[in-house]
Design a protein. Structure first.
Ligand SMILES: [Zn+2]
Length: 240
């Protein structure tokens, strides 16, 4: 147990904030998902300077708190400390950590935490920083999806005797996948990376079946029964 509390609560005007002294290069300010204000600062920066800094950010803090507090649980999967996301059906907590430099930025899966190591300038909660972290996280999630595809496609293409000419990934609102029967190109929704792997497999088989039968008719369903017998249960899971 540490004798000295490293986190302390202060006020700058009417803004209450929690201050943590630690080895960071700059004074960083962020709004937690619950709307509280968190500031980290190097030990050498005087408290008065930190209070002034927080006070100058007051309008922004107020605006941000309103947004954060009005946000639904669902939307809270934004890319900030304490946010939530999903990978292959598992819920992960987002943690934002400092990378030594821009070149060392990366994403790591550590237990049930998805840790975004970002350069110091992207640690705060300003919109640009949040957008930067989102790009980093989305690129990583996309890579997870891409890595799962070759094995999945080769296995099912071989079993079914078909071949997709091209596989594209897109973030789509209304469909999990699509198949251009003429060109043989298959498009998959990037959001599938958040669901259990069987969901991705079901969508892949579904789209490959379209290379044998374009419509959702009895023949199509018979093909699904043959190549992915559990398809009805997985479809139900994706719809819920
Ligand atoms: Zn279809």
């Amino acid at each position: 147990m540490k004798r000295e509390a490293r986190k302390t609560h202060y006020f700058a005007g009417t803004i209450g904030f929690e201050l943590e002294r630690k080895r960071v290069r700059n004074v960083n300010l962020r709004i937690r998902p619950d709307g509280t204000v968190y500031v980290s600062a190097p030990p050498r920066v005087p408290l008065s300077e930190i209070e002034r800094f927080v006070a100058t950010k007051e309008p922004w803090i107020r605006r941000k708190q309103e947004v954060v507090r009005g946000r639904s649980e669902r939307e809270a999967s934004s890319w900030e400390d304490g946010g939530r996301t999903r990978l292959w059906g598992e819920e992960l907590t987002v943690k934002v950590a400092e990378a030594a430099s821009a070149r060392q930025e990366h994403v790591a899966l550590e237990g049930a935490q998805l840790v975004l190591y970002v350069a110091p300038r992207w640690l705060d909660d300003f919109e640009q920083a949040a957008a930067h972290r989102e790009r980093l996280a989305q690129a990583w999630l996309r890579t997870q999806l891409e890595e799962a595809l070759p094995d999945l496609f080769s296995r099912h293409e071989e079993a079914m005797g078909v071949h997709a000419s091209e596989v594209r990934l897109r973030t789509m609102k209304t469909r999990w996948g699509s198949c251009n029967v003429r060109s043989g190109a298959i498009t998959l929704n990037t959001r599938l990376v958040g669901f259990p792997r069987r969901c991705l497999e079901y969508v892949v088989v579904h789209e490959l079946c379209h290379l044998l039968e374009p419509s959702h008719n009895a023949r199509f369903h018979a093909l699904m029964d043959r190549y992915y017998p559990n398809w009805r249960a997985v479809r139900r899971e994706l719809r819920s």
